[in-house]
Design a protein around this ligand. Structure first.
Ligand SMILES: NC(=O)c1ccc[n+]([C@@H]2O[C@H](COP(=O)([O-])OP(=O)(O)OC[C@H]3O[C@@H](n4cnc5c(N)ncnc54)[C@H](O)[C@@H]3O)[C@@H](O)[C@H]2O)c1
Ligand SMILES: O=P(O)(O)OC[C@@H](O)[C@@H](O)[C@H](O)[C@H](O)CO
Length: 382
């Protein structure tokens, strides 16, 4: 069995590649990082360390890699013969890989009818659906009909904290022991069996619970932590003020999730407690600038800050207080090496705060939420 995985980065090697290998797949990584591609091909294996007291090491074997810029034809023929395609490249990169996937599917559909699932493992709602839309825009009528029969794009929620790595061995990746990979069963074609993957009938509760708890909590810890001058998430969480801001934010998203999806409140509190423990894992050092990366994406209307804030108002008929403060902290994120942070600061200078907030978040200009965010931003204090 062959799995083609786009993105041999932290989550690609540290999570998806590992589960695919354990499930008996040969894994073909597709990436644009020449150093990583060459090393994978030289060694045909890499090691994963578990970030806990065990020091356990897992060796992932039976892997190779293709540089998609140098050898697009090899990527296409790998997709034509693959049993599964997955991605972990970042939401903004999905449109950039859609062309290669479409070409691979064309080859595949010209010579056979074997079903194929394509799963985007990105932190977003509807990642595979977005990829499908991009891929479909490159197919003609006849190919679209065949793709409808043969190709599934099930959405997914993936959870495992994999920080940026700094080991002597550039392929090594240290990951937390916890992981979850939930996939929408209704969009799967043919058979899909991966060890550690859970097929679910309704993905929405899973993806919203994950994004609005793990990623909302993570994002506010990063943005508050950055404002306070901390380097890493565990340092930020050791500050009682920040820890309590993060917990208050997760009470708000928790109230929304319980109301919207009917989660048991006690069970949900346990879920929150587990996540807080994951953030303070002493074996992981996760930079606030990794967790806060791409603030325009994170402030998007469907993402981890603005979506739960807007839904909180809809479902609970109240204004969110902590989420508004978290959004204000994200707007103040001015890390010079993050192009999106630089862009936000430039936009605030040129167009003003309210126009910038509206452009990025779509929060209506005269709304109470807008006023609250502007107030928090203007008198920002932790
Ligand atoms: N790291 C985590 O804790 C974590 C957990 C869950 C989900 N995710 C999600 O997984 C995705 C990847 O995150 P990451 O932390 O692994 O990032 P990363 O930067 O470590 O990995 C991304 C990889 O994609 C590659 N890439 C970029 N453009 C490409 C292209 N055009 N074609 C092929 N490869 C390309 C990069 O070279 C890199 O190796 C993101 O959507 C992220 O939200 C990350
Ligand atoms: O990957 P991002 O930029 O969407 O979010 C940063 C982190 O919150 C994220 O990577 C988490 O570590 C991960 O989602 C945990 O499952």
């Amino acid at each position: 069995m062959l799995a083609v995985h786009f993105g041999a980065g932290n989550i690609g090697r540290g999570f998806i590649g590992s589960l695919l290998h354990q499930s008996g797949y040969e894994v073909c990584f597709v990436d644009v990082n020449r150093e990583i591609v060459d090393l994978i091909n030289e060694r045909k294996s890499y090691s994963i360390g578990l970030a806990d007291d065990s020091n356990e090491e897992i060796i992932v074997k039976n892997v190779y890699a293709i540089h998609s810029g140098d050898h697009p034809e090899q990527v296409m023929s790998a997709i034509a013969g693959a049993d599964l395609v997955t991605t972990a490249v970042g939401p903004n990169v999905l449109p950039l890989i859609a062309g290669l996937i479409a070409e691979g599917l064309k080859q595949r559909m010209a010579t056979g009818t074997k079903p194929l699932n394509v799963i985007a493992c990105e932190n977003m709602i509807g990642g595979s659906a977005l990829l499908k839309k991009e891929v479909y825009s490159k197919l003609d009528e006849e190919e679209l009909e065949k793709a409808d029969e043969m190709v599934g794009f099930p959405n997914a929620a993936v959870d495992r904290i994999v920080p940026n790595q700094s080991h002597a061995d550039p392929l090594k990746v240290v990951v937390e022991p916890f992981y979850e990979w939930a996939v929408d069963r209704s969009q799967v074609v043919g058979e899909l069996r991966v060890a550690g993957m859970t097929l679910v009938d309704d993905l929405m509760p899973y993806i919203e619970r994950k994004l609005y708890t793990v990623n909302t909590g993570h994002a506010v810890a990063a943005y508050f932590g950055y404002q306070a001058g901390y380097q890493t998430i565990d340092e930020a969480m050791a500050d009682p003020k920040i820890q309590s801001l993060v917990k208050n934010t997760l009470q708000e998203t928790g109230k929304l999730l319980v109301e919207k999806h009917g989660f048991n409140p006690e069970e949900h509190q346990k879920y929150i407690d587990t996540i807080i423990r994951r953030f303070v894992n002493p074996h992981i050092s996760d930079d606030v600038t990794r967790v806060g990366r791409s603030p325009i994406r994170k402030l998007g209307p469907q993402d981890r800050l603005v979506s739960p804030a807007a839904q909180y108002i809809t479902y609970l008929k109240e204004q969110p207080v902590s989420l508004a403060k978290g959004i204000a902290a994200a707007l103040r994120y001015d890390y010079q090496e993050d192009p999106e942070a630089v862009q936000i600061q430039e936009s605030i200078r040129q167009k003003g705060l309210e126009n910038t907030i509206y452009e990025i978040t779509q929060i209506p200009p005269e709304s109470d939420l807008m006023k609250r965010i502007v107030g928090e931003y203007s008198h920002f204090a932790l």
